[in-house]
Design a binder for this molecule. Sequence first.
Ligand SMILES: NC(=O)c1ccc[n+]([C@@H]2O[C@H](COP(=O)([O-])OP(=O)(O)OC[C@H]3O[C@@H](n4cnc5c(N)ncnc54)[C@H](O)[C@@H]3O)[C@@H](O)[C@H]2O)c1
Length: 275
Amino acid sequence: MRRLQDKVAIITGAGGGIGRGIAVRFAAEGAKVGVLDRRKSMCDAVVDEIRAAGGAALALECDVTNEEQVTAAVETLSAAFGTVNVLVNNAAVMPSGRIHETSPEDFDRCVAVNLRGAFLMSRAVIPGMLAARSGSIIHMASVTAILGLPGIAAYSMTKGGLTALARAMSTDYARLGIRVNAVSPGTIDSPMLHNFVAAQSNPELMRKAYDEMHPIGRVGTIDEVASVFVFLASDEASFVTGANYEVDGGLGVKGEQPQDKPADYPDSKASVLDI
Ligand SMILES: NC(=O)c1ccc[n+]([C@@H]2O[C@H](COP(=O)([O-])OP(=O)(O)OC[C@H]3O[C@@H](n4cnc5c(N)ncnc54)[C@H](O)[C@@H]3O)[C@@H](O)[C@H]2O)c1
């Protein structure tokens, strides 16, 4: 028996990166998977990959900030495969820059995708889960929620919001059969990392710094993150709710940051000496 046999799972932002990895692993474990992303071509490519491996999947073109599209996506998946048992809120955008460098438009977009998206998706699947008295919702957070890494304040705020959302939702639904958890990865070898590193003043140095700052000595892989999602989605995690799993090679414990701060970024050592 595979670990997610007969479950119906919807994964947002599954057209690439970590979301794609989670969708492929879920399907390999027997789940029927809704591959949700903004562009149909992205979803189709992942659905083709899953079907070629003998799995079941459906492409769901959807902007998670749009309530009508979210409702339609959940209805389409339920009509094809049955009640949704598992929701992974993985879609996200990451504007970079300190707060005074972040435009209100970028801030609003970040909140809309990362938080409103998770809210709308949860809202759409919960009635079916309540009727079945069974469900697992997993919010993709980040170690940035607790570390305060420089240059991504708006993004980090939304990730902190998702860990709080998981805790709050877990108590609301604990006696009703729905478990709600968060996963906080450290740095993962993924397109999001590649794009972020490429935008830095010294990409090569930055990439090396990311490997070095993890106590394990390297960034994580998409598969290492997907493994934790498989566990939380499965019945093996039947007593796990309200948790935040740090999948970060020890980074959250160590708390070190890459040394690529802008020239005018406050240096705590200098400040102490000045006093
Ligand atoms: N890569 C890392 O190092 C890392 C570390 C910690 C947490 N995370 C989190 O993991 C998740 C996946 O990250 P990734 O590295 O694969 O990045 P990614 O940019 O490749 O994936 C994000 C996906 O979300 C989709 N998306 C964006 N806006 C959307 C919208 N409005 N509606 C539907 N889909 C939308 C994108 O099209 C994309 O496929 C994110 O939540 C990210 O914050 C990533």
